[in-house]
Design a protein around this ligand. Structure first.
Ligand code: PEP
Ligand code: MG
Length: 589
């Protein structure tokens, strides 16, 4: 489809921030909030009954969902919050509205999603114009109920994802990790968003999947047409609309060059990880999906240092049985052939919400990760059992995210003990020894690292969140992205605290946040005492290479100096002076 307002020859460059390198071109698949939610479809007379039945089922499912949330809140003594859901149920039972929906399906012959949503919007419009302030305050509740019903009607998946064009470039206002989790790598060429930042889960996912991503493009959606040819350049942070044949030919050359470079990195996979003076280093891969294992092995990882299992749940609509988990975890473990595989228990919440999870005002400070798991013991137990059972096939460790309190540690080990006992009594084979680690990703945990190191078998440093919480900078917010500073001395001091605590307890510590995949930050981490790094697989050969050019004494000297600084710029300048030139050398040099 062509944008007719524009002369054929005019290329338009949209500038954003490249957060995952690589280039791609193809049709733009626009995800606009409305297109996402409510497709409109004419239906045949035979389909009327089917649509009415779908309405009936969606209402029943929504009711059950609301009742489940309400009961959970009542049990948690939150009767005020629970009362909100009483009013949601009343909205859901509004016979006048429902009768109009049925009428619209019967007479206008449109699908139920459209009939329901359009009638709610009309009602909302009337209410917003009314004098009745009580009713006006109910609009949010009404929209909330509408979203729930629509989500059920759409099978809890966004329609845009289901019917995505083959080989499309996704352009969206924002891409929450919840949505990106559902995307099929084989059909997506790249992500482009109006908002976004380099440390959001979506940006990390793009890097893991080795597809280009450009964020912070500003308002581009209204200027693009669905299906229009665009180029996405993740190195330069560009979205090119209406590319000329010359531009396309140039990008074809760039693509071939990137592929050659990738092959060159893969050819370096067998190089052992060690510093210039021979100190051995470990390089592990971070993965989100089992299909990333091949790339992790190709890039020469020594194991998996972080497997983000929540993506499996996000893809599965939240319901993944123990047997299904075992199949996926076991498959990864077997393919890693004895190399260590660290499986992180669910880190849901924050920007990774299962459908049915209530949106929160401060999601990153809310019901996230181990907090969620401890409130859902049946889910936690099932996952722990699956991890322990996968351990029978190889070398498995379990990692617990967002630990902030010792009470949580006790509770985690209680669930783990129940998991072990139940497996024993059922005679199911499982790992007798499965190291359990804490993901240290809050300043509180970092300052308590000594106590955590005593209880856990290993520590892992989640710098993505550690930076966000230490500096009070939302990792996904472009407005404050400049304040998100891995080189901030406060962050370095916290890292030092954790490394020292692990060393003193004789426990291993790995850095699995993105900080370790930045050459300069990796050199600094080395100097701070880190010997094990886990990162997006494609970065492993490069980081191995740069750390191979650094000796331990000089890294330690730099780290000591960095800890004395009062701001990130001074830290960066120190590293640049010492290593800048050395790090710029060509890959094979
Ligand atoms: C981290 O916070 O550094 C981390 C590894 O976890 P995630 O990026 O999944 O939050
Ligand atoms: Mg984290």
């Amino acid at each position: 489809m062509k944008n007719m307002d524009r002369p054929d020859s005019l290329e338009v460059y949209h500038h954003g921030q490249g957060v995952s390198t690589g280039v791609a071109y193809g049709p733009a698949y626009l995800i606009t909030p409305d297109a996402l939610r409510v497709p409109r479809r004419e239906i045949s007379p035979d389909e009327v009954e089917i649509e009415l039945a779908r309405l009936h089922d969606a209402l029943a499912a929504t009711r059950a969902d609301i009742e489940r949330v309400r009961t959970a809140l009542q049990r948690a003594d939150k009767s005020d919050e629970a009362a909100i859901f009483d009013s949601h149920l009343l909205i859901l039972e509004d016979e006048a509205l429902l009768e109009s929906v049925r009428d619209r399906i019967r007479h206008d012959r449109v699908n139920v999603e459209h009939a329901f949503s359009s009638l709610v919007l009309e009602a909302v419009d009337r209410i917003e114009k009314s004098e009745n302030s009580y009713l006006r305050e109910r609009v949010r509740d009404i929209r909330d109920v509408e979203h729930r019903v629509i989500r059920f009607l759409l099978g809890q998946r966004e329609p845009a994802v289901g019917d995505l064009l083959q080989n499309a470039l996704l352009v969206a206002h924002d891409l929450p990790a919840t949505l990106t989790a559902e995307l099929d790598r084989d059909r997506i060429l790249g992500f482009a968003t109006e908002l976004g930042s380099p440390n959001s889960h979506t940006a990390i996912l793009a890097r893991s999947l080795e597809i280009p991503a450009v964020v912070d493009l500003g308002p581009v959606l209204q200027r693009l047409s669905h299906g229009e040819l665009v180029v996405l350049d993740g190195r330069e942070g560009l979205l090119i609309q209406n590319p000329s044949p010359d531009t396309l030919a140039e990008y074809e050359r760039i693509k071939a060059k990137i592929e050659r470079k990738r092959a060159e990195w893969v050819s370096l996979a067998g190089v052992p990880g060690r510093t210039a003076d021979g100190e051995p280093l470990t390089f592990l891969a971070n993965i989100e999906f089992n299909r990333e294992v091949d790339a992790a092995l190709a890039f020469g990882c020594d194991g998996i240092g972080l497997y983000r299992t929540e993506y499996l749940f996000l893809q599965g609509g939240g319901d993944v049985s123990e047997e299904e988990q075992l199949e996926v975890y076991g498959g990864i473990v077997r393919r890693m052939e004895g190399r260590p595989v660290t499986i992180r228990t669910l880190d849901l919440g924050g920007d990774k919400l299962l459908s049915g999870m209530e949106p929160e005002d401060n999601p990153f400070l809310g019901w996230r990760a181990v907090r969620y798991c401890l409130d859902r013991p049946e889910v936690f137990l099932g996952q722990m059992r699956a991890i322990l059972r996968a351990g029978a096939h190889g070398n498995v460790a379990m990692m617990i995210p967002m630990i902030t309190a010792m009470e949580e540690v006790d509770a985690v080990f209680d669930v783990l003990e129940s998991a072990r006992q139940s497996l024993r009594s059922e005679g199911l084979s499982h790992a007798e020894r499965c190291p359990v680690g804490a993901l240290v990703e809050t300043p509180g945990a970092a300052l308590m690292a000594k106590s955590l190191a005593e209880r856990f078998d290993f520590l892992s440093l989640g710098t993505n969140d550690l930076i966000q919480y230490a500096l009070a900078v939302d990792r996904g917010n472009r407005r404050v992205a400049h304040l998100y500073q891995p080189f901030h001395p406060a962050v370095l001091k916290l890292v030092r605290e954790v490394v020292d605590a692990a060393d003193a307890a004789g426990k291993q510590v790995t850095v699995c946040g993105e900080m370790g995949s930045n050459s300069r930050a990796a050199a600094l981490l080395l100097g701070l005492g880190v010997r094990s790094f886990s990162m997006v697989a494609a970065r492993i050969p490069r980081i191995k290479q740069v750390l191979g050019r650094v000796s331990l004494p000089e890294a330690q000297e730099i780290a000591a100096e960095a800890l004395e600084q009062i701001d990130s710029d001074s830290v960066k300048a120190i590293i640049e002076n010492r290593f800048g030139e050395r790090f710029h050398r060509a890959p094979s040099a």
